[in-house]
Design a protein around this ligand. Sequence first.
Ligand code: ADP
Ligand code: MG
Length: 256
Amino acid sequence: RVTAPAQLTVRDVTVRFAGLTALDGVSFTVEPGSVHAVIGPNGAGKSTTFNVLSGVCRAASGSVRLGGTELTGLAPHRIAALGVARTFQNLALPPYATVADTLMLGRHRLTRAGFLAAGLRLPSAAREARAHRERVREIAEFIGLEGELDRPASALPYGQQKLVELGRALCTEPQVLLLDEPVAGMTADERRRTAAVVAGVRDGLGISIVLVEHDMGVVMRLADAVTVLDFGRGIADGSPAEVQNDPAVVQAYLGA
Ligand code: ADP
Ligand code: MG
């Protein structure tokens, strides 16, 4: 990366589904190179927040900006091209592809030479393909799977498959990475390993991370800032220690 990621600002976002207000004027700011957790009881609006950030879901009002660029209303592929990558709560890996091929999928939006040059075997295309393979290897090392590049991703243990998905998102060279419950369903060992990778994404790659996660241990260890949602509203913002002791937050979790 050459430049630091831009600030991601969510301002007064409201989302309605046929009479139900899923998000009601939600605002928060993700500082460049930080882990910003979005937490809250079931149905609070966490996934809807991600869907707005990634363009899957349209806000009735409010805005999402990355630096000076308005993301509100853009299609998902445009938002991805501007540097916002996401992983999904449930695995979405192609069934037979190797780890290397799966990671390479993340490189496609960065390919300049295009299929014609590649088909004609032009030197520029060969150079570019080499650079992509090199980067795929680096990312595989980063997620600790450099020894598994030629194995089918779907043959790996669940925790490693989740890391492949994270790696594929990293291969798009994002400014902001949206992680929806990255450690859900993992063993204690896989959780530790994934948390270390996420910390490395922030500290080593300088990427901003928006983290939706139920595992409070992981949130408290990783997050620089936390936004708490309840019934579609932001009820608290602050450091992990601040929100943990906030009476409104305790009430929201006990009342759920
Ligand atoms: P969380 O991820 O925090 O559990 P969600 O963002 O998934 O919460 O959901 C917030 C609210 O919006 C819930 O009441 C949920 O039932 C509702 N909701 C989410 N997606 C849809 C949809 N596509 N259509 C109708 N209601 C939805
Ligand atoms: Mg959810």
